[in-house]
Design a protein around this ligand. Structure first.
Ligand SMILES: C[S@@+](CC[C@H](N)C(=O)[O-])C[C@H]1O[C@@H](n2cnc3c(N)ncnc32)[C@H](O)[C@@H]1O
Length: 288
């Protein structure tokens, strides 16, 4: 006798495209299984909270992990982009949301708006934050949310952000060199940055246009300066020569780094690019 599942309903929503097909429209429905997924995800979020508390970082959000998870689930269900392939999907959205909810920065500057999913998630997570998002491409399909200021161009050219206020969070999801973005943030007095696509040197093939040198490379004690990092992706071969000055910049500017836990083993949604929250040293501290 074979035991199998029953089909008990059908959905009228169209299937998602590309990678998004692997998570959009896929969910667990039974309350007991939903509770299990919540418990497993919350455990990863607690790991992040503990890591940030261990750095004595102020977490003014004052919400417990369960509440952040429940708010995320409600917001994510209402997100403007059902299918955001090419941008932030479920698991990265979760960490972007959680970081904003925990830190409640007075100002969040995002570089890499794309369709506006991550800036929208941060507006949901931290309604009192001022959120300004930059992209160099004017995107026709972009979400337009009154809680977010959308700017065209590179954030580093905007005179308004030459000096960042205390507690500002800069989120880089633009595939531009992490070294460059870290140095720009430090030069503007920023102390906190969230970096997407933080691939180690041995996995640079995982995304198109990796932001080399990544933070992971700049803090990799086993990556000797002078190493030619070569990788292949979709029929092209790429190379980046990792320098002494890259490594020195990492030592000088990065005070600490905390990776976002991996949710892929929990929900089997599309694997996220590694994302890391970093604390930066002020110029004056690093000169000593
Ligand atoms: C992976 S997408 C960002 C995904 C987005 N954060 C989301 O929520 O889905 C990368 C974006 O970075 C943008 N970009 C590239 N260079 C940039 C720059 N110098 N400044 C700002 N954005 C840039 C690209 O046009 C693209 O829209």
């Amino acid at each position: 006798m074979s035991v199998t599942y029953q089909v008990i309903g059908a959905s009228s929503t169209p299937p998602a495209t590309g990678k998004a097909e692997r998570e959009v429209g896929r969910s667990v429905r039974s309350p007991v299984l939903k509770a299990r997924l919540r418990q497993e995800t919350v455990a990863r979020l607690r790991q992040l909270i503990e890591a940030l508390e261990a750095r004595n970082l102020s977490l003014p959000g004052d919400e417990d992990a369960e509440r952040i998870y429940d708010r995320f689930i409600a917001s994510y269900a209402r997100r403007p982009m059902r299918d955001n392939a090419g941008g932030t999907m479920h698991n990265s959205s979760f960490w972007v949301f959680a970081t904003a909810a925990l830190l409640r920065p007075p100002l969040i500057v995002e570089s890499g708006t794309y369709l506006g999913q991550s800036s929208w998630m941060m507006a949901e997570a931290s309604p009192d934050s001022r959120i300004v998002t930059f992209d160099i491409v004017r995107e026709r399909l972009r979400a337009k949310d009154p809680r977010v200021a959308y700017r065209l161009g590179d954030w580093s050219d905007d005179p308004e952000f030459r000096e960042l206020p205390d507690g500002a969070l800069i989120y880089f999801d633009d595939h531009i060199s992490h070294r460059r973005r870290i140095e720009e943030t430090v030069a503007r007095g920023g102390a906190l940055a969230l970096l997407d696509d933080d691939m180690p040197g041995h996995a640079l093939y995982a995304t198109g246009a990796p932001p080399v040198p990544t933070r992971a490379m700049m803090q990799d004690a086993d990556l000797p300066p002078g190493t030619r990092c070569e990788w292949e992706r979709n029929g092209k071969v790429y190379a980046y020569d990792y320098t002494k000055s890259d490594a020195a910049s990492g030592r000088r500017h990065i005070a600490w780094s905390t990776p976002m836990p991996d949710l892929t083993p929990v929900n089997l949604y599309v694997p996220q690019s590694p994302m890391t929250l970093i604390g930066l040293r002020a110029e004056t501290e690093s000169e000593g």
